[in-house]
Ligand binder design. Structure first.
Ligand code: URA
Length: 195
């Protein structure tokens, strides 16, 4: 991909005033990972306090848990990128409103078109509501593939939900294990190539 267009994208995100979250943010959190073609894009809800301070997605407690899980499952760090439904922290870590999400989603769509992932993982209900189905019930939907034009979607628990309820850890582990197996399969059968 052209580094130029990614830099211009970042610049545009940082100047964004399309919703009221721009008034309270410290930083715009574009994502975390190398901006290149990846088989896997993880999507959370929105930056929390640490992310707002550090300017990177998933660097707080939930992110640390996710990193442990991804390492434990032997995901190659070059194989995934992580972003959020909204790029600016909602005050008090509340759920972003539908208007905030709608204003922000074009930025995420640009990232999807550019990174061209084969699999998108929705971490938690908010991501699944905005990317799969407004009325989705994450309890029922998690762990089951949803086919979208151009990619597969796996809804699962948000790591913050696992921190609140450790009983959910095994589900998140199993769902991400399915994801890793599918990444391997797509590579083996040539459906996903980095070129
Ligand atoms: N929770 C999210 O949904 N996103 C982050 O970046 C951090 C915590």
């Amino acid at each position: 991909m052209e580094n130029d267009s990614w830099s211009r994208f970042e610049e545009a995100c940082r100047a964004c005033v399309k919703c009221p979250l721009c008034e309270t943010r410290r930083q715009v959190v574009i994502g975390r990972g190398e901006p290149r073609r990846v088989p896997l894009l993880l999507v959370g809800e929105g930056p929390g306090e640490q992310e707002d301070i550090q300017g990177q997605a998933f660097v707080g407690r939930a992110g640390k848990l996710l990193d442990l899980l991804m390492t434990g499952l032997r995901f190659d760090p070059d194989d995934w990128y992580i972003a959020n439904i909204v790029k600016c922290r909602p005050p008090g870590n509340r759920e972003p409103t539908d208007e905030e999400a709608a204003a922000c989603l074009p930025w995420l769509r640009w990232q999807v078109r550019t990174l061209k992932p084969a699999i998108l993982v929705c971490l938690g209900r908010t991501a699944a509501r905005h990317l799969v189905d407004k009325d989705i019930r994450i309890t029922a939907a998690r762990g089951q593939w949803v086919e979208k034009p151009g990619f597969l979607v796996m809804p699962t628990w948000h790591p913050a939900a696992v921190l609140r309820d450790p009983g959910k850890k095994i589900d998140l582990f199993k769902d991400m294990e399915q994801v890793r197996e599918t990444v391997e399969e797509l590579r083996r059968n040539g459906t996903w190539t980095s070129g």
